[in-house]
Design a protein around this ligand. Structure first.
Ligand code: HEC
Ligand code: HEC
Length: 467
C-alpha cells in the first residue's frame, strides 16, 4: 500500500527517453498523492454537514465498538487490592484477546517470522484506529464533557463521534494533583477538576503569581480544529474552543485522544492518547514522534500541532492563539513543570525498591525488570525513561492492513514513556492500544522475545504497581 511511486530512473542507452519519463513520472506521481491540506473554504453549510454526520454516527460507533470487542475483553474487573493514587481500582488481567487456538506460551515460543506468516500477532497489539479516523481530531471522555459543561457551560461534545473506551479503563477522575513544590501536602486538588472558575480559589497560597498566570492560560479555551466558530466545527454551537487541561486534566490525563499531527497521509496517522504531565520536569524530549526539546517548545507548538493537526493553513482561519514566547509560554511551562509524580513510598532516592517495605513478589519482579526482562535498558531509574526514541520493530510481527480507514503500519520510533506512577495512566502505549498493565507485560514479553515464565510475568506486574 505504499502510495509514493518511485520516480523512473533513466537507464542504459535510453537516457533521453528516461529523462522524459522522469519528468512525466514526477508529475504523475504527484498527481496521485492525496493532498496533505484540508479545505479552507467549506462549500457545504454547517447544518447540511451536521445532518450527514449525525446520520453516519451510529454506524461509525458500532464499527468501532465491534473492533474493540474483537480485540479486547472489555469487562469491568477491578482489582480488590491495587488502586490508583486517588483510590480508583486498577483493572485486572490481560485484556488483549488471543487469536483462535493459541496460548501466550505457544506464541512466545514462535519466531516473529512464524507469527507474521500465520497472522498470529494479537490484533490488540497492533495500531489502534481513532473512533472516526476521518476527520480524526480531539475526542473527550464523558466525565470531562460533563464537568466542563457544569462548571463553564462550555460544550466539549462532538456530534459526529463519541469517546469509545469504557470508563473503567480510564484514569481516575478527577485525578489528584501533586506539586513538586509541596511534597508535604499530598493531593492538593480538593477532589475537584481545575477549571477557569475554581483554579484561583484552589491554588491561591500554594503556587507563585507567575505559576498562577500560567495555570490561567492552561485553563483558557482557544479555538481548535473541531471546536471553533466556523462551519467546519464538530460542536453544535459556535465554541470558544478547548483548554490544555481539558485533556491534561489536573496536570494528569483523562485519556482524551486524537490523531498524531506529525504523519501524512491521513490514513497513516495514528491515534494518540493524552499523556500525563506529571514529572514532565524530568523529560528532555516531548511528543511521541516530534522529539521537541523543551516544555516551552511543546507548549508553543501545541497550537500548531495538537490544536490544528499540524496544518497551519486552516488554523489561521479558525483563530490560532500563538502565546508569546517570552511571557506566556514560559509561565505556562513553569506551571506544567510543577506537576509531580504521585508518591511511590516503596522506592528509594535511586528508584530501587526499599527491601524492608517491598514484598517478596515485588522484589522478584524488580529482578526481572533489571535482568531477564531488559526493561531497564530503556526505562532507566529513578525516572524510568531514557529520553530516547526506540523502534520496537513491530513490522516483524504483522503485515499492515487497512482497518476502519486507518492503514495500521507499525509506528516506528516512539519516545520511551516514564513508568513512574504508571498504574494511574491507562490505557497504555502512545495510542492507548493496551488497556491494562498486564497487557503491557504480555506485549513486551512477545515483542522483546523474553520467554518470561508465568511466575515472572506476575512478579513483574506486581513490581510495576509499586512505581
Ligand atoms: C486533545 C487533548 C489535548 C489537548 C487539548 C492538549 N494536549 Fe498536550 N498532549 C496531548 C497528547 C495526546 C500528547 C502526546 C503527543 C504525542 O504523542 O505526540 C500531548 C503532549 C503534551 C506535552 C508533551 C508531554 C510529553 O510527555 O512529552 C506537553 C508539554 C503538552 N502536551 C502540553 C499541552 C499544552 C500546553 C496544551 C494547551 C496549549 C495542551 N497540551 C493541550 C493531548 C492534548
Ligand atoms: C527498547 C526499549 C524498551 C524496552 C527494553 C522496554 N520498553 Fe517499555 N516502552 C518503550 C517505548 C518506546 C514505549 C512506547 C511505545 C509506544 O507507545 O508504542 C514503551 C512503553 C511502555 C509502557 C507504556 C507506557 C505508557 O505510558 O503508556 C509500559 C507499561 C512499558 N513500556 C513497560 C515495559 C516493561 C515492563 C518492559 C520490560 C519487560 C519494557 N517496557 C521494556 C521502550 C522500551
Amino acid at each position: 500500500m505504499e502510495r509514493r511511486k518511485s520516480i523512473p530512473r533513466p537507464q542504459g542507452i535510453a537516457v533521453a527517453l528516461g529523462l522524459v519519463l522522469l519528468g512525466c513520472g514526477g508529475i504523475l506521481a504527484s498527481a496521485k498523492q492525496p493532498t496533505i491540506y484540508m479545505p479552507v473554504a467549506i462549500e457545504k453549510d454547517f447544518d447540511e454537514v451536521r445532518k450527514q454526520d449525525l446520520a453516519d454516527k451510529p454506524k461509525i460507533m458500532e464499527r468501532q465498538q465491534a473492533l474493540l470487542e474483537r480485540r479486547y475483553d472489555l469487562q469491568d474487573r477491578p482489582s480488590t487490592t491495587i488502586t490508583m493514587s486517588g483510590g480508583k481500582p486498577v483493572q485486572e488481567g490481560v485484556r488483549v484477546k488471543l487469536p483462535e487456538g493459541v496460548t501466550w506460551e505457544q506464541l512466545s515460543e514462535m519466531t516473529p517470522a512464524e507469527i507474521k506468516q500465520q497472522d498470529l500477532f494479537p490484533k490488540g497489539f497492533r495500531t489502534l484506529p481513532h473512533a472516526k479516523h476521518n476527520p480524526g481530531g480531539q475526542v473527550f471522555p464523558p466525565n470531562q464533557i460533563e464537568a466542563i459543561q457544569k462548571a463553564e457551560s462550555r460544550d466539549l461534545f462532538r456530534f459526529d463521534v463519541e469517546f469509545d473506551l469504557p470508563e473503567h479503563f480510564l484514569p481516575e477522575f478527577p485525578p489528584p494533583i501533586y506539586l513538586s513544590t509541596h511534597p508535604e501536602l499530598g493531593d492538593v486538588s480538593q477532589g475537584e477538576v481545575l477549571t477557569i472558575k475554581n483554579y484561583y480559589r484552589i491554588m491561591n497560597g500554594l503556587i507563585t503569581p507567575v505559576q498562577m498566570e500560567g495555570l490561567r492560560l492552561l485553563l483558557t479555551p482557544f479555538p481548535q480544529q473541531q471546536f471553533n466558530q466556523t462551519e467546519d466545527r464538530k460542536v453544535k454551537e459556535p465554541s470558544l474552543g478547548v483548554t490544555c487541561l481539558d485533556c491534561h486534566v489536573n496536570g494528569h490525563t483523562n485519556a482524551a485522544f486524537h490523531l498524531n499531527p506529525d504523519t501524512r497521509p491521513q490514513e497513516k496517522r495514528f491515534r494518540i492518547d493524552t499523556v500525563s504531565l506529571r514529572g514532565m520536569f524530568n523529560q528532555q524530549i516531548h511528543g511521541s514522534k516530534r522529539s521537541l526539546r523543551s516544555v516551552e517548545d511543546f507548549t508553543e507548538f501545541e497550537q500548531r500541532t495538537a490544536y490544528f493537526d499540524g496544518d497551519h493553513v486552516t488554523a489561521a482561519k479558525k483563530g490560532v492563539h500563538l502565546p508569546d514566547r517570552t511571557d506566556q509560554v514560559s509561565m505556562m511551562a513553569q506551571m506544567q513543570n510543577m506537576f509531580d509524580f504521585p508518591p511511590a513510598p516503596k522506592l528509594d532516592a535511586t528508584g530501587r525498591l526499599i527491601s524492608e517495605q517491598a514484598s517478596e513478589e515485588e522484589l522478584r519482579g524488580e529482578r526481572v525488570f533489571f535482568g531477564k526482562g531488559k526493561c531497564s535498558t530503556c526505562h532507566v531509574p529513578p525516572n524510568f525513561l531514557d529520553n530516547q526514541m526506540h523502534d520496537l520493530h513491530l513490522g516483524r510481527f504483522y503485515k499492515a492492513e487497512r482497518i476502519n480507514d486507518q492503514y495500521n503500519v507499525p509506528n516506528g520510533p516512539i519516545k520511551t514513556f516514564t513508568l513512574r506512577g504508571i498504574k494511574d495512566s491507562p490505557p497504555y502505549l502512545a495510542d492507548g492500544r493496551l488497556l491494562t498493565l498486564a497487557d503491557t507485560v504480555e506485549f513486551f514479553n512477545l515483542v522483546l522475545q523474553l520467554d518470561l515464565t508465568l511466575q515472572e510475568k506476575e512478579d513483574l506486574l506486581a513490581y510495576l504497581y509499586t512505581l
